[in-house]
Design a protein around this ligand. Structure first.
Ligand code: PEP
Ligand code: MN
Length: 447
C-alpha cells in the first residue's frame, strides 16, 4: 500500500497544523528530512509490536512516560539521564508487582509538537493585553512571548530530527552500556525508600525486591537481562510534514514505516475518522496508539479499529484512554465492552494525566496527584470487572525535582508550584511523585 502524498493529506484538511508563510523554505526542509537516515529501524518497531501484543493478552505491562513536550534546550545529557533513570526505576517496581515483563516506552526523542485548544494566547504585558499565535511546541515556533518567536519556522523540523537523534543515541548508550543494570536501578529505589519521607511507606516492597535479587545472586544467576534493557521511543505524530518525510519503505518487507520513533500516536484532537491523521496512520506499519477522551463513543472506537487495523493484527493498535478521574468509571465500561464484543484486538492503556488538568487561581496549569492515581484505580477496576486487560499507563513525568503537579507524599500545594514550574505545556510528575506512583500502581497490580 503506497502512502498518500502530503498534498493528498492536506487536501483532506489536516487539523492542528501550523501555517508557514514561506512554502519554499518548508519544501526545502521536507526534502532535506527525506534524505536523512532513519532514527529507528522497522525491525525494532515490529519487535515492539510483538511486545504490545503480549500487553493486550495480559502477558506484559506497558510503561510509557516522559515530558508533555520536549524542548531543544532541554535535550541535554543530564535531563535525558534523569528521565531515563526514573522510568527504569518505575519499571523495576512494576515488573516485580506485575510478575510479567514491563515494556518500556519513552515519550521522548521526537515529542516536540503540541496540539492546542486555542490558536492564540493572550497575556498581559506591561499592563496591556497582548494576543499572539499559540506556542505549538519547539517543532513549530518559539515559547518566548514575542511576535517573532511565535512565527512557525520550518528549519525547526530539522532541529527536531537532530535533537531526537542525539537523545536516542544517548538512550541507546545508557540502556545497553551498563548504566541500566538492574541491581543499580534497584539500589536507586532503595535509596528513595530510605532517604525520602515519601518513600518510607514502600519499604516492605523494596525489601521484597531486595530479597529476590539476593536470591538470584546466591544461585549465581547473572543473565544478560540484568545488564541491558529494551527501551523504545514514542511521540504524537502531529505534524504531517515531519512525519511524512520520516516515512520510509522498509527494505525487508517493502512496507512503509515511520522511522522517527518506534511507537506513534494520534491525539484526542486529531482522531477524526475522516481526518488526515487517520488516513496517514492507516498506511504505516508501526505499532500505533489513539487517544480516546470522554466524548469518544464505542462506534468511534470501532470505526478507528476498522480503519487502522483492518486485519486485527495483535499489537498494532493501542487505545490510550484519558477520561479523567471523575468520568472513567461511567465512560470506560461501555467502550471496552463493545470493542471487546466485536472481537477487536487492542491494548488498553490508561493516560491518567490529560483528563485531570485544571488551572489554579495563581495561574498555573496543574493536576492533582490523587486524581491521577484515582483514574488509574478506576481503569483497573473497570477492566477487572469486565474481565479485560488493563495493559499499562502513559504518564507525563520528569526525573527532576520540579513542582508542577499538586499533592503526593511531599504534599505540594498551589503555592508550591511557583518554586520550580518548568514545563512549557502540561504539568509533569516530578521524580518523587513518579516513584510514588510506581509503588502505588504496583499495589493495584498485586491486588
Ligand atoms: C498529550 O498527550 O500531551 C495530549 C495532548 O493528549 P491528548 O491528545 O489526549 O489531549
Ligand atoms: Mn500533555
Amino acid at each position: 500500500m503506497s502512502i498518500p502524498s502530503l498534498e493528498q493529506l492536506h487536501a483532506i484538511g489536516a487539523r492542528q497544523q501550523p501555517t508557514y508563510d514561506d512554502p519554499a523554505a518548508l519544501a526545502a526542509a521536507v526534502e532535506r528530512l527525506r534524505t536523512l537516515p532513519p532514527l529507528v529501524f522497522a525491525g525494532e518497531c515490529d519487535e515492539l509490536k510483538g511486545k504490545i501484543a503480549a500487553v493486550s493478552r495480559g502477558e506484559a505491562f506497558l510503561l510509557q512516560g516522559g515530558d508533555c513536550a520536549e524542548t531543544f534546550a532541554g535535550a541535554t545529557a543530564d535531563n535525558t539521564r534523569n528521565k531515563l533513570r526514573v522510568l527504569l526505576q518505575m519499571a523495576v517496581v512494576l515488573t516485580y508487582a506485575a510478575s510479567v515483563p514491563v515494556v518500556k516506552v519513552g515519550r521522548l526523542a521526537g515529542q516536540y509538537a503540541k496540539p492546542r485548544s486555542s490558536n492564540d494566547e493572550t497575556r498581559i504585558v506591561d499592563g496591556q493585553e497582548v494576543t499572539l499565535p499559540a506556542y505549538r511546541g519547539d517543532a513549530v515556533n518559539g515559547y518566548d512571548f514575542t511576535p517573532e518567536s511565535r512565527i512557525p519556522d520550518p528549519q525547526r523540523l530539522l532541529e527536531v530530527y537532530h535533537s531526537s537523534a542525539s537523545t536516542l543515541n544517548l538512550v541507546r548508550a545508557f540502556t545497553t552500556g551498563g548504566y541500566a543494570d538492574l541491581r543499580q536501578v534497584h539500589a536507586w529505589n532503595s535509596e528513595f525508600v530510605r532517604n525520602s519521607p515519601a518513600g518510607t511507606k514502600y519499604e516492605a516492597m523494596a525489601a521484597e525486591i531486595d530479597r529476590a535479587l539476593t536470591f538470584m545472586k546466591a544461585i549465581g544467576a547473572n543473565p544478560d537481562e540484568f545488564h541491558r534493557v529494551d527501551f523504545y521511543s514514542s511521540h504524537e505524530a502531529l505534524l504531517l510534514e515531519y512525519e511524512h518525510a520520516m516515512t520510509r519503505i522498509d527494505s525487508r518487507t517493502e512496507q512503509p514505516y515511520n522511522v522517527s520513533g518506534h511507537f506513534v500516536w494520534i491525539g484526542e484532537r486529531t482522531r477524526q475518522l475522516d481526518g488526515a491523521h487517520v488516513e496517514y496512520f492507516r498506511h504505516i506499519r508501526n505499532p500505533i496508539g489513539v487517544k480516546l477522551g470522554p466524548t469518544a463513543t464505542a462506534d468511534d472506537a470501532l470505526g478507528l479499529a476498522r480503519a487502522l487495523n483492518p486485519e486485527n493484527e495483535p499489537g498494532r493498535l493501542t487505545f490510550i484512554t484519558r477520561f479523567g478521574a471523575e468520568k472513567i468509571r461511567d465512560g470506560l465500561p461501555s467502550l471496552v465492552e463493545k470493542v471487546t464484543a466485536e472481537g477487536v484486538d487492542v491494548a488498553w492503556i490508561c493516560d491518567p494525566m490529560h483528563g485531570n488538568t485544571f488551572p489554579t487561581s495563581n495561574g498555573y496549569k496543574t493536576r492533582r496527584f490523587e486524581d491521577v492515581l484515582g483514574e488509574v484505580q478506576g481503569f483497573f477496576d473497570v477492566h477487572r470487572a469486565l474481565g479485560t486487560v488493563p495493559g499499562g499507563i502513559l504518564v507525563e513525568n520528569t526525573g527532576d525535582d520540579v513542582t508542577e503537579v499538586i499533592g503526593g507524599g511531599e504534599e505540594l500545594d498551589e503555592h508550591g508550584l511557583a518554586h520550580r514550574y518548568e514545563s512549557v505545556v502540561d504539568p509533569r510528575l516530578n521524580r518523587v511523585q513518579s516513584l510514588e506512583m510506581a509503588f502505588l500502581v504496583a499495589e493495584m497490580l498485586q491486588r
